[in-house]
Ligand binder design. Structure first.
Ligand SMILES: *Cc1c(COP(=O)(O)O)cnc(C)c1O
Length: 417
């Protein structure tokens, strides 16, 4: 029996201009990995570069290798700026974690808007973003104004009506929502924030490497994001900071370290911030992580973010079609926008049994993840996910749901979901 949905997977794969990029990644077995939105796959080039770096650059070069390591954070930043994010060389640097960078930029933004007493965040923003801002508001005696947003639709510009006023210093939102995958309208929201004279800080974690991030087009002031999701730089790889060029001379970040110092090896008595994006560094960079960021960003840049976004839209559209056909009739609901332009590259579905079904899927060789309260989140990293994989993943999901085999799994959640 010919399944037209399955034939289409074959046609879509055959016509996929990004199909050759799959070979750039390490595949140890036939695992159906649909969690590249949490931790991307290992690129072959990264494995080779890190091997060399460990054995030769560290193993034999030792301290002498710093000559070639010292500017890697800038190189990684420029690669991201020009090839992945909509930014210019010198506007992005790779350093620290997203959480720490968020603190640095939010703090700098608050200092740049003295007298204003409000930070705006969405209630469904990623926890670390909310916690960092909560801590900053508390330490400075400011108001954290939390906007209620629908967890499946993400933040809309209308949600900010009545929230933005001349007391707002900073607004911090995610471009693509981590749970639903809903994509915010960056230009419209940034414009609304600028109308009240506030600064706009975007978290690009679930967007960069999946969809275009129109930083220049929107006039966004600041952004942060991680590199281990769609950018494939590996667990704990350093994150990036974006600071719009014309803002770099007027803001100062709060953690004064020697890597942000103008003349680092003068070892002088006082801190004087380095010019440009360099001041957003703090201490010794994580060299192996930077190399992995450069390799990951290069692959994304080579494929092109527009082509990646087009494939992400096609993969998620196909996934939603399979969901509607096979899964929705069993009482499951879609928790991701149906309009491709309003989402990133993952699809989330919900049902009270989502946790148990997630565990059953893992045992069936499919790796998605689970997010509270009852969401099964399925990521389709466009560089290495085939339409055939989507079909096979949903076939196994359908079997688990139709057979009821998930009922044999405990409802108790593990430490990491
Ligand atoms: C993944 C993610 C983070 C992670 O922050 P870390 O400091 O790298 O742990 C932050 N914000 C968002 C929106 C994320 O999706």
């Amino acid at each position: 029996m010919v399944d037209p949905l399955h034939s289409r997977a074959g046609e879509l794969d055959a016509a996929d201009p990004l199909a050759p990029f799959r070979e750039r990644f390490v595949f140890a077995d036939d695992l159906l990995y649909l969690d590249g939105n949490s931790l991307g796959r290992l690129p072959v080039a990264t494995r080779e570069r890190l091997r060399r770096a460990v054995e030769v650059e560290w193993g034999t070069g030792l301290i002498r290798s710093w000559d070639s390591w010292i500017d890697l954070a800038r190189e990684a930043g420029d690669t991201l700026a020009t090839g992945v994010l909509d930014a210019s060389p010198g506007e992005v640097i790779v350093t620290d974690s997203t959480s720490v960078n968020l603190y640095k930029l939010a703090s700098a933004a608050l200092d740049a808007r003295p007298g204003r007493r409000v930070i705006v965040v969405e209630d469904d923003n990623f926890p670390t973003d909310r916690y960092v801002l909560e801590g900053l508001a508390k330490a400075r005696g400011l108001e954290l104004r939390t906007v209620a947003v629908h967890i499946d639709h993400g933040v809309q510009v209308e949600d900010l009506t009545g929230v933005l006023d001349s007391d707002v210093a900073l607004v911090c939102l995610s471009h693509v929502a981590y749970r639903s995958g809903a994509r915010a309208d960056m230009p419209a929201i940034t414009e609304a924030v600028h109308q009240v004279g506030a600064l706009m800080l975007w978290d690009l974690c679930h967007a960069a490497g999946a969809v275009p991030t129109p930083l220049h087009v929107s006039g966004a002031d600041l952004a942060v994001g991680c590199t281990y999701k769609y950018l494939n730089a590996g667990p704990g790889a350093p994150a990036y900071v974006y600071v719009k060029a014309d803002l770099q001379t007027s803001i100062t970040q709060p953690i004064w370290g020697w890597f942000g110092q103008r003349d680092q090896f003068a070892m002088g008595p006082d801190y004087e911030p380095a010019a440009g994006i360099q001041q957003f560094m703090v201490g010794s960079p994580q060299i192996f992580g930077l190399m992995a960021v450069i390799e990951g960003a290069r692959i994304t840049a080579e494929a092109g973010i527009e082509a990646i976004a087009a494939k992400g839209a096609a993969l998620t559209t196909y996934a939603i079609e399979l969901f509607d056909e096979w899964i929705a009739p069993h009482g499951w609901a879609l928790a991701t926008p149906r309009e491709a332009k309003q989402r990133g590259a993952h699809v989330t579905v919900h049902h009270p049994a989502a946790w148990q079904v997630t565990q059953a899927l893992k045992d069936a060789g499919v790796i998605p993840d689970f997010r509270t309260p009852d969401r099964l989140r399925i990521g389709f990293a466009p560089l290495y996910t085939r339409f055939e994989d989507v079909h096979e993943g949903f076939t196994r999901l359908r079997t688990i749901i139709e057979s009821g085999s998930w009922q044999g799994y405990s409802t108790a959640r593990s430490r990491i979901t």
